[in-house]
Design a protein around this ligand. Structure first.
Ligand code: MG
Length: 282
């Protein structure tokens, strides 16, 4: 059984931790466990069998589960640009020798099922399907092997981007971190249960396949990215890293064929073995 972890809103509005086997989702706290994310990150091997047991015996959550972002308060949201060979070929940003890093802030966090809204004055809303790394251990100056051991798990992300704001100046920040532009979820799959080296990664807009790649096309692997970043900044449990997008973004199309996302569009990012992240443009 692969135990996936998620955050959801309880009836009282608080965020609770849930566990899911893909068919059944349970409230971890409802059966007497009071683990928070720090315990889950640091004591995962011991907790897994107990979660499996809870999933077998506890009552499933009823009705529509309103999800919260898969990580609700990361200390850092880092992103790698241009990390798939196929995407580098479609956008005019050249080919950096090192991972191109930028950031989003927590105002951009959003959940599976959450709405995404363009800020006033922006027009060019685009999607970017991304594998998102969740750090589980403090790590600094790590080798790739140590970096791999610091990755708790993976979730699905959409690095929504306002292309006109991204390209207004040399710094991409404004176009990358408007409110709600970093949905992550629906759940986290622990790295122990998933080999992320060759996963299908896709985007669908209103059911139409737009991005159809594989994580095998990444230039810098998750472990290489974590190692690289950790040489300059300490990564902490709960930090998340968007690892780049494959080809097929709207910005990669010939200018006349670009149809930017508009209100009512449904965008689904799907990563094999992790899940589907669905968002609607408001
Ligand atoms: Mg991106």
């Amino acid at each position: 059984m692969t135990v996936k972890l998620l955050n959801f809103y309880a009836a009282d509005g608080t965020v609770q931790i849930g566990a899911s086997d893909g068919t059944k989702t349970v409230d971890v706290s409802a059966v007497g466990y009071s683990w928070g994310w720090p315990e889950i990150f640091s004591d995962w091997e011991r907790i897994v069998p107990q979660l499996e047991n809870i999933l077998k015996h506890a009552k499933p959550l009823a009705g529509n589960i309103r999800l919260a972002p898969a990580v609700t308060a990361p200390g850092k949201i880092l992103c790698v640009g241009l990390n798939y060979a196929s995407h580098r070929a479609e956008v005019p940003f050249g080919a950096p020798k090192y991972p191109a890093l930028f950031s989003k802030f927590n105002n951009a966090l959003n959940a599976a099922g959450g709405e995404v809204r363009l800020p006033a004055g922006a027009r060019e809303l685009d999607y970017e399907a991304e594998l998102v790394v969740v750090i589980g251990k403090r790590v600094k100056g790590a080798s790739e092997e140590e970096a791999a051991a610091a990755i708790f798990g993976y979730t699905v992300g959409n690095d929504f981007t306002a292309r006109d704001l991204q390209r207004r100046t040399s710094q991409w920040l404004l176009g990358k971190t408007p409110d709600g532009f970093a949905p992550i979820g629906p759940s986290i799959v622990p790295a122990a249960a998933l080999d992320a080296a060759n996963l299908a990664i896709q985007t669908f807009v209103n059911g139409e396949l737009r991005q159809d790649g594989t994580t095998a096309d990444m230039i810098f692997s998750p472990a290489a990215i974590v190692s690289y970043i950790s040489k300059c900044m300490t990564l902490e449990p709960g930090d998340i890293i968007f690892t780049g997008t494959p080809h097929g973004v709207i910005f990669g199309m010939p200018e006349k064929e670009r149809r930017w996302l508009k209100a009512g569009d449904e965008v689904v990012v799907k990563i094999e073995g992790i899940g589907e992240l669905r968002n609607v443009i408001a």
